[in-house]
Design a protein around this ligand. Structure first.
Ligand SMILES: Cc1cc2nc3c(=O)[nH]c(=O)nc-3n(C[C@H](O)[C@H](O)[C@H](O)COP(=O)(O)OP(=O)(O)OC[C@H]3O[C@@H](n4cnc5c(N)ncnc54)[C@H](O)[C@@H]3O)c2cc1C
Length: 390
């Protein structure tokens, strides 16, 4: 029998949590996923370790969600990051908090998180069907009618959790936007967010170097976080966050020693006078980066002229990096834009246009920083969309 109370399309974090909540509230629930496995994108987050949430305060959460975070006040009053932590701990997953409040499973394996979600769904009686791509959705009377190439299902409630349009190889190809359009919803402009930056820079020499808590700035936008040099430019949280403020054609500035003042650096050089500049800098920076910074200057610290010192300080504290562009939407971590929030009830996440239709996760016009904030949005909105408690 293919008749359910609630059907959910898409088994990312939003869809799996919506299925848990819906069945918890007594709904006969079906979760449909086109991939063979659940949570393919989720599995790749946090470098494959699954950055399941962030343990900050509500203010931290809202600061981590630059794209329409305030829409989520009501959602977070029902289910927030601390409920997420509680949920996983109650379901046997030991968690740990790393820098910047990022929460991971102690196992350092995404599988631990995905297995816990799957087990909870099965315990609650959710029917899970993978390798099933939904190709059309319509509403006939009170019921939604869903079709794959070979099957048909009906349900009174439909929750769309198909994600955005970034990394389409994980399954998020924008089908949810098509469903929304079919039901006359507005889709705001889709753009790349949390995008690696393409830069005009000696990539080969520096690729693979990662730095903790350096400062990247563009005008008034000053971001201190981790940074990764890649073969095309810059990635890591500092670059991803700054990507919201640049397009290409700008110059950004890198301070690799934000914890030291210029005077601290000068005092340090004074103490290291007898060393080669490269060896002295190795105490402060990874070896290849020390090489890069030392290269244009005389070999020994004591050979530096006042002008050299000034130029070295400028490079260390404010290295100019021309940005030539950003990665495209498909290669960005997050999609900005989606189903317009003006047409979604913030308390229930039900469509204001079609009763029984709900949205959760990245398919909506909400985007957040990496660091667990998107996943928090997905899990929290999933819980609320599945819930019958509001
Ligand atoms: C490499 C990478 C690293 C990231 N790191 C972080 C991080 O550290 N912290 C953070 O907060 N966020 C991170 N993100 C973002 C985060 O993973 C997403 O915001 C989050 O997964 C969105 O969850 P979702 O459930 O809304 O959608 P998704 O996880 O995209 O899930 C949508 C699901 O719907 C399925 N689907 C789509 N169409 C259909 C259809 N027609 N029929 C059936 N199924 C369908 C898809 O196959 C997919 O499984 C990262 C993203 C990427 C790409």
């Amino acid at each position: 029998m293919n008749n359910f109370d609630t059907i959910i399309i898409g088994a990312g974090p939003a869809g799996m949590m919506a299925a848990i909540s819906s069945s918890f509230y007594g709904q006969k629930t079906l979760l449909l996923e086109k991939n063979r496995r659940l949570g393919k994108k989720l599995a790749g987050t946090g470098g494959g370790r699954c950055n399941v949430t962030n343990n900050g305060t509500l203010d931290d959460l809202l600061a981590g969600i630059p794209g329409n975070g305030r829409f989520l006040y009501s959602v977070f009053s029902q289910f927030d990051n601390h409920d997420i932590i509680h949920f996983f701990e109650e379901n046997g997953v030991a968690l740990k908090v790393e820098d910047h409040g990022r929460v991971f499973p102690v196992s350092d394996k995404s599988k631990t998180i995905i297995n816990a979600l799957e087990k909870k769904m099965l315990d609650l009686g959710v029917t899970i069907q993978t390798q099933t791509e939904i190709v059309s959705v319509k509403k006939e009377g009170e019921a939604f009618l869903l079709r794959s190439q070979t099957e048909t299902w009906t349900a009174k409630r439909l929750i769309v959790t198909t994600g955005g349009k970034s990394y389409p190889s994980t399954g998020s190809t924008g089908f949810g936007h098509e469903i929304a359009r079919h039901f006359k919803h507005t889709i705001t402009e889709l753009e790349a967010a949390e995008s690696p930056l393409l830069t005009d820079f000696p990539h080969k020499a520096l690729q693979g170097i990662s730095l903790d808590d350096v400062t990247l700035s563009y005008g008034k936008h000053v971001i201190t976080h981790d940074l990764l040099f890649t073969h095309f430019g810059l990635s890591g949280p500092a670059a991803l966050r700054l990507s919201s403020f640049v397009k290409g054609g700008e110059t950004i500035y890198l301070d690799v020693l934000p914890q030291l003042t210029e005077q601290d650096v000068l005092d340090f050089l004074k103490k290291e006078r007898e060393k080669s500049l490269k060896n002295a800098l190795k105490a402060l920076l990874p070896e290849r980066l020390a090489d890069f910074y030392a290269q244009p200057f005389p070999e020994k610290v004591k050979q530096l002229t006042a002008k050299d010192e000034e130029q070295l300080l400028q490079r260390l504290k404010s290295l100019a990096i021309p940005v030539t562009g950003k990665m495209s939407l498909s290669k960005s971590f997050v999609t900005k834009g989606g189903v317009s929030l003006k047409e979604i009830n913030p308390k229930t996440l039900e469509s204001k246009l079609v009763s029984g239709l709900y949205f959760a996760g990245e398919v909506m016009d909400i985007n957040a920083h990496t660091g667990g904030f998107n996943i928090t949005c997905a899990l929290a909105t999933g819980w609320v969309a599945g819930s019958l408690n509001n």
